[in-house]
Every structure is written in C-alpha cells, then in structure tokens.
Design a protein around this ligand. Sequence first.
Ligand SMILES: C[S@@+](CC[C@H](N)C(=O)[O-])C[C@H]1O[C@@H](n2cnc3c(N)ncnc32)[C@H](O)[C@@H]1O
Length: 230
Amino acid sequence: MQKRLVRKLDLEKAISKVKPHPTPRAYLEQYTISTETTAKILHIAAYTYDDIIGKTIMDLGCGTGRLAIGAVLVGAKEAFGVDIDREAIRMAHNNAEKLGVKERTHWIIADIDVMRGSFDTVLQNPPFGVQRKGADRKFLEKSLKLGYRVYSLHKSGKSNREFAEGSRERGARFVPVSPSPFLKRFIEKHGGEIKAVYAMRMTIPHMFDFHKKRKHEFMVGLYVIEGKKV
Ligand SMILES: C[S@@+](CC[C@H](N)C(=O)[O-])C[C@H]1O[C@@H](n2cnc3c(N)ncnc32)[C@H](O)[C@@H]1O
C-alpha cells in the first residue's frame, strides 16, 4: 500500500506523475490543475480543517484525477472521481494504478447532475463558466448537496495585481481573501457557509488556438465551504 505523504514537496513530486489530458476540449474547460496548487489545496484541507485523512472524498469534474489521487496519497479513506469525459476517466484510472492507489479510488463517467450520495469532503476545480455560462454554479450547487465540506476554486472578481499584492503584503503561506459578494449570496442561498477563501495561483499552458500566450497565469479563490450535515 502507498505510504501516506506528509511533506508538501513529496506530494507535489507524486502528483506530477498524474498525467494531464492528452486531448483537452475547450468547451469542457479541460485544464489540468498544477501540482503546486493541488498540494496547497490538500494541505489546507488536511491540516487546517482535518477534512482529508480518514475521510471519504468526492472529486467533481475530476479530469485525470489529480485532486482525488492526491487526497488518497495524503491519507483519505477512499476517493471517488466523476467526469463527463471518457478519456479523462480512462487516464485517471491509469494514473491511480501507476501511483499505487487503485484500490482506494473509484472512477465514474457521468454528468455531475446524476450524482447522488453523501461524502465527507468534495474537492473541485470546476469549469469557470468561461466557455459555458453558469457551468461553475452548477458544480457549486451539486457539491453542496453531496458534501459536508466543499473546497471549490473560482475566478476572483479582483484583478490579478490586487490579489497578488494582498498575498505579498501579508507574507503568509496561505493567504485568506474576501469572497465575491455574488458567490457568497449564491452559496448561502444553497445552504452553505463560507469558512474562508484562500488566494491560489492558476497556471494554464497554451492549449487551444484562442490562447495567445505561452502560458496564462491568474489568481483564483479557493472557497472552503461548510455544507449541510450529511
Ligand atoms: C477545469 S477541468 C478540471 C480537471 C481536474 N479536476 C483538474 O483539476 O485537473 C474541469 C473538468 O470538469 C469536467 N466537466 C465539465 N462539465 C462536466 C459535467 N457536467 N459533468 C462532469 N464533468 C464535467 C471536464 O471534462 C473537466 O475534466
């Protein structure tokens, strides 16, 4: 069985072996999360909020499985990953096997709409709704139905500069920022309560024809949300 990874650096090294999608599609916003951001999210969830070790995890829109596989490497009891894309799930399955976590991961090809059940923790890097309006909100609504704690990445209303400057000023490892008023209202309307929002760096390599730069870097907010008791 795979040893539990505690150090962030060891986790990053392991996650870097989780291969990204070979043929990503723009309309599904199939961007793979960076190894650094994955490790940061898992460390916050595990060691600030105790939401990973020994817990059952759901990774909504799991892509090739970085968050779900990472959660098991940190010590989750088991993790489920769901994605609408068959190729992503095939890759997730292979990645889990390669990293020695096959027995504790379960992969489902489905639209998140059909998911039912209850999980201790939902982790998600949803489509930001850039290609299909409202895609991010659909993920938020579903995650709040499935999980007691939800970790969800969302585009920030603030400019990259404001976000980055805030991070530098405070000099902290994990930087809390204020939530978007729109998302706050949306989350509360669906029974959730925001515990914190942390600034995270998102890096997207040149993947699609409409990308102009070699890589696109921007800041997002990791929303830590308490859902209903499940
Ligand atoms: C931004 S990518 C994130 C992938 C992965 N979680 C990661 O962070 O590397 C969003 C993922 O959501 C999936 N997706 C989009 N709409 C979906 C839906 N309605 N149901 C299930 N998966 C969906 C896409 O195929 C894609 O893999």
